[in-house]
Design a protein around this ligand. Structure first.
Ligand code: ADP
Ligand code: MG
Length: 382
């Protein structure tokens, strides 16, 4: 990837630039907890966006995307937004940097990536973080890493029409090899925990069902509403409950009769999930991958039966994992499609993948995609 970028950069601009990269991410556990003020537990992966960049002494940005085989030029004012959607991520990062008082001088760039698009590994955050980090370095702005993540998030909100949380950009910016990061979505406090499955005889692999069911966005809004209903009911007894994640299981029990059965089940899932993130962190500190894996199964059960955001394809993959004694498996992301994330003992790794591909294809008529992942560094010079 690097030599391809280098060659293209030289061909287009006649000189050399500096290399920067940032990564896609996984989330081991902590799903639908972000908007409830709970924990998520992501890490950066060994799939990234890599860019060569050099200031060009003009007020223009000139970028070539190797994967889209497309060249775009744009200015740095609000009205200069490019038409190409991939370029909007870079334009947005420039604009959000400027809005925060940062300097953005014109630059040339060539970039490529290997984060699968739209598979739930956040290729867009990798793209934003690469450029946010690079622009900060090249202009000497001294913006801190958290603000760089927020630049990526605001880019999605203001220039790409995606109202995302902070997790993806946070993981992409803060990721470290051998670590996952527990982020408190209410306070934004974070802590690194050791996660090195290879050293303990495990591998992490995603199985992409390659389906996306229609329900996703309307169901998402309904889930959020249920969580707010439950939190509001609990708040009457316990005014300190700002978000649902602040509630104890017992406090939910107290309002069982006051809220709908559906809202109750949704809240039960969320409160359980917040606790599971803490339990997984404890387990990993003891190097106990089996307990961490078991929690992943519990999350899947909750997402399937309490939160009801799974689907046939994902339940199928999860059941197969259980049947084959895979240590941990669950749907990753919002649900209704996308990937399962699986923690697999080395000796089971290939048999599991083979069985998943074969049996899933036989059942659903199309093959799933398989993405092995290794936890890696986030935004950095490359
Ligand atoms: P994801 O879940 O992977 O973040 P998104 O739809 O949010 O999916 O972002 C995908 C978009 O990010 C692509 O449509 C493209 O505009 C941009 N993108 C990601 N990776 C690349 C790449 N390697 N080259 C060009 N654009 C990319
Ligand atoms: Mg995205």
């Amino acid at each position: 990837m690097k030599s391809l970028i280098q060659k293209k950069f030289n061909e287009l601009f006649g000189n050399d630039g500096e290399f920067f990269k940032s990564a896609g991410r996984i989330n081991l556990i902590g799903e639908h907890t972000d908007y409830n003020g709970g924990y998520v537990f992501p890490g950066a992966i060994d799939k990234c966006i890599l860019a060569e960049i050099a200031l060009n002494g003009s007020e223009k940005v000139k970028v070539f995307s190797i994967d889209c085989d497309e060249y775009v030029e744009f200015g740095l004012n609000e009205e200069d937004k490019p038409d190409q959607s991939w370029a909007c991520y870079i334009f947005g990062v420039c604009r959000e940097t400027i809005k925060r008082g940062g300097k953005v001088a014109g630059f040339n760039a060539v970039f490529a990536g290997n984060v699968p698009l739209g598979a739930g590994l956040s290729s867009s955050a990798a793209l934003e973080s690469t450029f946010a980090y690079a622009i900060n370095e090249l202009n000497g702005n001294g913006i801190d890493l958290f603000e760089l993540a927020k630049i990526g998030q605001s880019t999605e909100h203001n220039y790409c029409g995606v109202k995302c949380g902070i997790m993806d950009q946070f993981a992409s910016c803060f990721g470290k090899a051998g670590c996952l990061i527990r982020l408190n979505c209410k306070t934004l406090e974070y802590k690194y925990f050791p996660f090195d499955p290879e050293a303990a005889g495990y591998k992490l692999v995603l199985i992409d069902s390659c389906v996306k069911h229609e329900l996703a966005s309307s169901a998402y809004n309904k889930r959020r509403e249920s969580c707010e209903n439950a939190a509001a009911a609990i708040r009457k007894n316990h005014p300190e409950v700002e978000f649902l994640s602040d509630a104890k299981r017992l406090w939910l029990e107290e309002v069982r009769q006051e809220i709908s059965q559906e809202d109750f089940l949704r809240a039960e899932y969320v409160i359980g999930e917040v606790q599971r993130v803490l339990d997984v962190c404890d387990a990993l500190e003891r190097n106990d991958y089996e307990t961490a894996g078991e929690m992943m199964y519990q999350t899947h059960f909750g997402m399937s039966h309490l939160y009801e955001v799974s689907c046939e394809e994902l339940d199928f993959l999860n059941k197969l994992a259980r049947k084959m004694d895979v240590s941990g498996s669950r749907v990753m992301g919002g649900g209704f499609g996308g990937c399962t994330i699986n923690l697999v003992k080395e000796e089971l790794y290939q048999p599991f993948i083979d069985a998943a591909v074969e049996q899933f294809t036989a059942r659903f008529g199309h093959a799933p995609k398989v993405y092995p992942v290794v936890i890696s560094d986030g935004a950095c010079r490359a």
